[in-house]
Design a protein. Structure first.
Length: 304
């Protein structure tokens, strides 16, 4: 059925916002907000319930805040909703509401990349349709992701033809800005990992953000590891160049000697700090944070 979501599904989903137990993340003494973490179910399809982690600052005065949605990586084949847990906690402590949704993937749901794209769009529409409950500004929703998740984030702003039949298509999925971390933005069959080819089901060009760049795209930050052996830095450079050719604002930061684990604290704590700091600086140029940066103290607390 086209148009608005089934009303029963909406009511059921909305109920979960209040039934799931919240976890409070303590940041006292750091000059930042405590963070409340909750889970919601944003979509039910084919017998599966797709969840979303929500990180929100605990504030005495209610006001609408900027927001960010993170899409994890995993080759469209695996799930890790906690992949951006550390970044989400930090940005929420500064006064953003952060969302980390799951999406269907090949190893569990036997789905193709098209379904991943549809779920990412459904997640954004769910967030925007519940903006009042979440206390966010829909005009300041930033999308970010890593690797395959970077592909999904970029697809929000470039690819428009893949939507769930139950989505309200009147709700735009175009982000306020993009932060793309080692993103899969140029999809070419001849350079794809052979394991990925069946997941694209012959739709490589239709699902390639590079091939759908246009004018007036969101302000974009791209972070790339020069030594990345999964996402070649040349493809990211090509995306950045084409964005600029279309007159879009796009900044590429390259990390010499770094690879695909650019934003993973355990594997590479120094590049984790560098990438989070660059992300923070980029966001500070677009939104007004409620609290000042305490990144150094935050990183020190993670190392204890």
């Amino acid at each position: 059925m086209n148009g608005k979501m089934n009303s029963r599904a909406v009511i059921k989903t909305f109920t979960f916002c209040f039934l799931l137990i919240a976890t409070v993340l303590d940041t006292k003494g750091q000059g930042s907000y405590e963070v409340k973490q909750t889970e919601v179910i944003y979509k039910e399809i084919d017998g599966f319930k797709l969840e979303m982690n929500v990180y929100a600052p605990i504030m005495q005065k209610k006001e609408k805040l900027p927001a960010m949605v993170f899409f994890y990586g995993g080759g469209w084949n695996s799930s890790n909703m906690k992949q951006f847990d550390l970044q989400a906690k930090y940005l929420a402590s500064r006064g953003m509401v952060v969302f980390c949704p799951e999406y269907r993937y090949a190893s569990k749901h036997k789905t193709k990349v098209v379904e991943c794209v549809k779920d990412s769009r459904s997640a954004v529409r769910y967030i925007k349709s519940h903006a009042e409950e979440f206390g966010i500004r829909t005009d300041q929703l930033v999308a970010t992701g890593i690797s395959a998740g970077g592909h999904l984030s970029a697809a929000l702003a470039t690819i428009g033809q893949f939507n769930e039949s139950t989505d309200d298509l009147n709700i735009s999925v175009n982000p306020y800005a993009l932060v793309l971390i080692v993103p899969a933005v140029l999809i070419e069959r001849e350079t794809l990992n052979p394991a990925f080819i069946p997941r694209f089901d012959g739709k490589e060009k239709e699902l390639s953000p590079y091939d759908h760049i246009k004018k007036n795209m969101p302000t974009t930050l791209i972070m790339a590891g020069v030594n990345d052996n999964k996402i070649r830095v040349e493809t990211v450079r090509a995306f950045n160049k084409k964005m600029e050719e279309y007159g879009n604002t796009c900044k590429l930061i390259e990390y010499p000697g770094k690879g695909h684990n650019l934003a993973h604290f355990i594997q590479s704590p120094d590049s984790f700090k560098a990438s989070l700091g660059d992300m923070e600086t980029f966001l500070e140029g677009l939104i007004k944070f409620k609290n000042p940066s305490w990144l150094d103290k935050y990183i020190a607390s993670l190392k204890k």
